[in-house]
Design a protein around this ligand. Sequence first.
Ligand code: ZN
Length: 410
Amino acid sequence: MFLTKKLSSSISKAILSTAKRTNTLRRPLSDDKPTINTSQDFIHLQEKNSQHDFPHVWLRDNCQCEKCFHVESKSRIINWKYFDVNTKPSDVQLTKDNIEIKWDDGHLSTFNLKWLHERSFNKSDRKNYTENVYKLKKKQWSKNQFDSIFKKFKYDCLINENEELKRWLESLSIYGVALVTDVPSSSDSCRRLASRVEFIKRTHYGEEFEVKAKPGTTNVAYLASNLQLHTDLPYYEYKPGTNLLHCITQSNSSGGENLLCDGLHVADQIRRNKPANYQMLTDVQVEWEDYGEEDGNKFHSMYRSPVICLDKNGDVARINYSTPQRGSHLDVSVDGVKPWYESLKIFTDLIHEESAHYKMSEGEMLCFDNRRLLHGRTEYSDTDQNVRRVIGAYVDWDFINSRLRVLNNK
Ligand SMILES: [Zn+2]
């Protein structure tokens, strides 16, 4: 214990003005020893090459003592009904590994320095945490880059090895697409792999769904004709996060190829080159819908959202695109209709230009991000001896991100 600071409110105000002038109250004793000082609302941790500021209110809220934090459940149990947002430290000490605080109501808190560093408010530290721990940062790709980002993973390794499972999920997170090879031909292979993550997302089409030409179908995916580029289930508010498509029998005809396009890349191109069209595609609410019947139950799903949905940072959060399931209601004034169609056409032309083609072999499983990628399939024809058959399932991002964090914490 080499630094002790006792502060009254007036002293801390004086310190604030000093700190503003000099930036540190006390110079480090030597180059690599950190120091702390306190201002009106913050504790400042000064290190050799960086300073980290921690607000008093945040420190008090995140006290790790057993009265405030339940270790087993990793949950805050401090009673917020009685929480004082103006609480101040009356005594702050820096030890080798911790900052120890006595609060004005007598409560004691100890914060481990490593724990504090992981929660630094510095912009670069927050960015690092957001892109590596919260969710992996996505990297967009063009058609020409597809071969280099399209990674392959052996099914058995994913079932048996956590490191490989992690690499597969990372690939899926960053590039939105990955291939699994050497998949057993049984119809529960998607389910076994999904259970390595968590579980399958059920939809109106069941848990696993079989994609093959079906007479009398209520879904165009079950026709052998060309399947236009689309995202699955845009008419769901909780749209499934990823698709797993396991090829059990591939068509011997020249068709049956999958088309894959990175919606992030296309959105970025339009944002840069056609800002007015980008505005339309991110603003105008489209009604997506699906009528059907599965196992004797009729359904009518509907969800309104733009083709390109943005998050609060302006990043693409979700792409919605499916010509068969785009409804005829458009929530836009009549003057906005034609410009919106022109924008949709620009989007459509670009996704076709930017589509990579890949024809799955039997025993392969194509996995992709359904919020981001558009996919399609070229027309094929079945024969009596050769009926194309693919088993599909969905897995949500909540569970993929959860599995990744668990695997990273091991
Ligand atoms: Zn406490």
